[in-house]
Design a protein around this ligand. Structure first.
Ligand code: SF4
Ligand code: MG
Length: 336
C-alpha cells in the first residue's frame, strides 16, 4: 500500500560562511493515514529541517535538498513550483508552530486569520468564511466562538492561542498536520490539554500527525510510531511501545535514562548523555554517536552502521546488532 507520506534518503544542506552544513543526512521514514509519528531528538539533530523540507519551506539558497525524495499522496514535493507548494500548504498539509504568539498576527482579528487561506485559495465568500471561523474555534474547544472570532490574539491565554494556531492548521481540512514542538512553550496542564485535543481531532478527522519533539513524555502520550534522529540521521524507528519497552540503540537508551519517569522510584537518578553531537560541517564517516557511546567498537568510527530490522517495523542503525558484534550482555558485563 502506498503511504500518505514517504520520505526517502532525504539530505538537506545549508551554505554558511563557515562552509556547508549537512543538517539532514539521508533520512527515511513514512507516515500512514490516521497515525501520529513522532520525530524525536535533541536540538540540532535535523528534525525541524526535515519538517521544513516536507512543507517545502527550506529557503533556497542558502538551503538545498541535496538528495532524496518526499512523496505526499504520490506527488513528489521536492519537484513542485512555489505556487504548487502554496496550494499544498493550503490544503494538503497544515503546520502548527511552537510559539503561538509569533505564529499569529497581533494586528489581525483571530477570525480573519483563521479564514485567510480559505478566502484566498478556495474562493469562499466572507459570510461563509465567518461561519467556518466560528465552527473551527468550536472544533478546537474555544468557548464563546461567535464573540471570540472578533478578538485579537492578545485577548487569548497562551493555551487558547495555541488552540487558535491548531484551528488555522485545520482550516483547509489537511490530510497531514506537522506540529513542531507545539507544547514546549506551555505549562504542563495546558500541554496535556493540547495533546488531548490533537488526539480527539485525529479521531474525528483521521488526519495524520508528525510530532516534532525533544520530549519523550510527549512521544509516549500521543505517538503511534517514533523516529529517533541524531546528527542528521535516523538511529532508531518503530512502534512507540517497542521503543520504550525494548530500545535498540545506545542513543535511545541515553534519551530514556535522561527522562524523568512518573512510574519510577524517585531516587533513581536521571543520567544526562555526556558529550556533544558531532560537527555537521564535517560529519564523521562512521556512527555519529561513537564519541559519546559506551559501547563503541573499532568499526563504529570507520563505517556507518546500516539499519537492522526487528519485529513490527522496528529498526536501529547500530553495529551492536551486527551478527559479528560481541553480545551486548558481554559488553555490559565487561564493565563498559
Ligand atoms: Fe555505539 Fe557503535 Fe552502536 Fe554507534 S554503532 S551506537 S558507536 S555501538
Ligand atoms: Mg527545532
Amino acid at each position: 500500500m502506498e503511504h500518505l507520506l514517504d520520505v526517502r534518503n532525504l539530505k538537506v544542506h545549508f551554505k554558511t560562511y563557515g562552509g556547508e552544513v549537512q543538517a539532514v543526512r539521508g533520512v527515511t521514514f513514512h507516515v500512514d493515514a490516521g497515525e501520529t509519528v513522532a520525530v524525536v531528538g535533541e536540538s540540532g539533530c535535523g528534525k525541524s529541517v526535515t519538517a521544513q523540507a516536507i512543507m517545502g519551506l527550506i529557503p533556497c539558497p542558502p538551503g538545498r535538498i541535496a538528495d532524496g525524495s518526499i512523496s505526499f499522496q504520490g506527488v513528489e514535493i521536492t519537484k513542485l513550483s512555489k505556487k504548487e507548494l502554496l496550494q499544498l500548504r493550503g490544503s494538503g498539509i497544515g503546520m502548527i508552530f511552537q510559539d503561538p504568539m509569533t505564529a499569529l498576527n497581533p494586528t489581525m482579528k483571530v477570525g480573519s486569520q483563521l479564514t485567510e487561506g480559505l478566502v484566498h485559495h478556495q474562493g469562499v465568500s466572507r459570510e461563509q468564511a465567518h461561519q467556518r471561523a466560528v465552527e473551527l474555534l468550536r472544533m478546537v474547544g474555544i468557548p464563546d466562538a461567535e464573540k471570540r472570532v472578533e478578538q485579537y490574539p492578545h485577548e487569548f491565554s497562551g493555551g487558547m492561542r495555541q488552540r487558535v494556531v491548531i484551528a488555522i492548521a485545520l482550516a483547509c481540512n489537511p490530510k497531514l498536520v506537522i506540529a513542531d514542538e507545539p507544547t514546549t512553550a506551555l505549562d504542563v496542564t495546558v500541554q496535556a490539554q493540547i495533546l488531548d485535543l490533537l488526539k480527539e481531532l485525529q479521531a474525528t478527522t483521521n488526519m495524520s500527525i508528525i510530532m516534532i519533539t525533544h520530549d519523550l513524555g510527549v512521544v509516549a502520550e500521543i505517538a503511534h510510531r517514533a523516529v529517533v534522529m541524531y546528527a542528521g540521521i535516523v538511529v532508531e524507528s518503530g512502534p512507540v511501545k517497542a521503543i520504550f519497552a525494548e530500545p535498540k540503540h545506545p542513543y535511545t537508551w541515553g534519551l530514556l535514562r535522561s527522562m524523568p519517569r512518573l512510574d519510577s522510584n524517585e531516587k533513581e537518578p536521571l543520567i544526562p548523555i555526556n558529550g556533544t553531537p558531532p560537527d555537521l560541517f564535517h560529519p564523521p564517516q562512521g556512527c555519529p554517536f561513537a564519541d559519546r557511546c559506551d559501547y563503541a567498537m573499532e568499526i563504529c568510527e570507520r563505517q556507518m552502521p546500516a539499519p537492522t530490522s526487528f519485529a513490527d517495523g522496528h529498526q536501529a542503525a547500530c553495529w551492536l546488532h551486527d551478527s559479528r558484534a560481541p553480545r551486548i550482555e558481554e559488553l555490559i558485563a565487561s564493565g563498559r
